[in-house]
Design a protein around this ligand. Structure first.
Ligand SMILES: *[C@@H]1O[C@H](CO)[C@@H](O)[C@H](O)[C@H]1NC(C)=O
Ligand SMILES: *[C@@H]1O[C@H](CO)[C@@H](O)[C@H](O)[C@H]1NC(C)=O
Ligand SMILES: *[C@@H]1O[C@H](CO)[C@@H](O)[C@H](O)[C@H]1NC(C)=O
Ligand SMILES: *[C@@H]1O[C@H](CO)[C@@H](O)[C@H](O)[C@H]1NC(C)=O
Ligand SMILES: *[C@@H]1O[C@H](CO)[C@@H](O)[C@H](O)[C@H]1NC(C)=O
Length: 349
């Protein structure tokens, strides 16, 4: 009965938003004191790697729907309503639209491509390049490997994988992916070297180089005044491209700005092929409850670890104390989603 109610409510409210053609893309806000059933518009975006290529252009799919949450916040339900393809022919070495996060910033729905280092404004089926970043301290021609976006003090923080760049066998190359960009509303960028922050963070769980921790899911919480990290991969052993897809992590790390008080909470059981690719705090939960995406990319033939990777994505909901509310729920086969945001696509796109 409750599910039927929220299903109908979702359809009605989303359609009516489209009919009024309200152009404003707003951050979804819910009063935390209002403990009635919640229904929130949700969107996720794909990173299909080389499979993003069509003929002479590239695409990424936004899937949208609604997340329903019971009054007692112990029961949830996600109803997907449809998909929209965003296409572009902007590319770097024949790669494009490998979107790895989704965030509303100043009334625009933004995404970032991890091969191009471009932050796009997604609008009307197109991807409008907004800012472009290069890797490291900005002295190299390699694009920024943008993996996560969050907002702090009114600025957009754009981060990378947060570990040393290494060879396929784990030999050190540079610290370039431990630099981040702080982007203001008018697009001005400042570079910050977060090497010591990422090193301190992984040290809290006993990981030291050549061990590694790779990030794609990071947020600042203004309520807790802490950074939250859900690593995709983590291992005390050196990086090896042949088997790192078996180092999926299930930990939530949180720390204040000093990176000196890191706490770790384990989320569910560790499935070695799955790791976190994105998350958001659920509006109206005082940043106590998270919805997250987990992905895996496993080679079809283990003797050819770099070829024909099979993609999967799951969605999960849990409290920051580790209590799981929605166990890993598989999305459609063969698709890799790396970005999630509470957004009404009919207003934002
Ligand atoms: C509480 O939330 C419900 C569902 O979103 C909404 O209909 C209702 O108006 C809200 N009540 C208050 C007092 O804000
Ligand atoms: C919470 O609400 C849901 C939906 O109304 C219900 O099915 C469930 O039994 C409730 N759980 C608790 C612990 O009250
Ligand atoms: C997006 O494009 C792909 C590739 O052409 C196609 O398989 C898929 O059905 C499209 N999805 C939508 C929602 O249009
Ligand atoms: C959206 O795209 C369609 C088709 O490409 C175009 O006709 C229309 O003018 C666009 N709308 C806006 C607001 O840019
Ligand atoms: C940037 O890094 C390169 C090498 O990593 C170094 O040679 C250069 O001095 C740095 N530039 C700035 C402005 O920090």
């Amino acid at each position: 009965m409750w599910l039927l109610f929220v299903f109908l409510l979702g359809t009605v409210s989303i359609i009516s938003a489209a009919e009024t053609k309200k152009p404003i893309c707003e951050v979804i806000e819910v009063d935390p004191e209002n403990n009635s059933d919640m229904l929130l518009p949700l969107a996720i975006i794909t990173d299909m790697d080389s499979k993003s290529k069509l003929v002479d252009n590239w695409y990424s799919t936004i899937r949208y729907g609604a997340l329903a949450f019971s009054q007692n916040r112990t029961s949830s339900f996600i109803h997907w309503l449809g998909g929209i393809n965003i296409t572009s022919n902007f590319n770097f070495n024949q790669k494009s639209m490998e979107m790895s996060d989704l965030k509303i910033f100043r009334n625009r729905l933004l995404s970032v491509d991890d091969k191009l280092g471009v932050v796009y404004w997604l609008r009307n089926g197109t991807a409008i390049p907004w800012v472009i970043a290069s890797t490291g301290n900005g002295s190299s021609s390699t694009p920024f490997k943008g993996e996560w976006m969050t907002i702090r003090n009114g600025d957009l923080y754009l981060g990378s994988s947060g570990h040393e760049v290494v060879t396929a066998k784990g030999e050190y190359i540079s610290d370039d992916e431990m630099y981040i960009r702080v982007i203001s509303g008018n697009g001005a960028m400042v570079t910050e070297d977060w090497t010591s922050r990422f090193v301190k963070l992984r040290r809290a769980v006993g990981i030291h180089f050549p061990g590694f921790m790779i990030h794609e899911a990071v947020h600042w919480s203004d309520i807790h005044k802490k950074w939250f990290f859900l690593p995709r991969y983590a291992s005390k052993l050196p990086f090896d491209a042949a088997n790192f897809h078996e180092t999926g992590a299930n930990m939530l790390l949180s720390t204040s700005d000093c990176f000196c008080d890191t706490k770790v909470v384990y989320i569910g059981k560790n499935e070695i092929h799955r790791g976190f690719s994105a998350f958001q705090f659920i509006p109206g939960t005082n940043d106590e409850i998270i919805v997250a995406l987990k992905t895996s990319e496993v080679p079809a033939d283990p003797t050819k670890p770099f070829e024909n990777k099979i993609f999967s994505t799951w969605i999960t909901i849990f409290k920051i104390d580790g209590t799981v509310i929605l166990e890993d729920l598989a999305l459609e086969d063969g698709i890799k989603y790396e970005g999630i945001e509470f957004a009404n696509v009919f207003q934002c796109l």
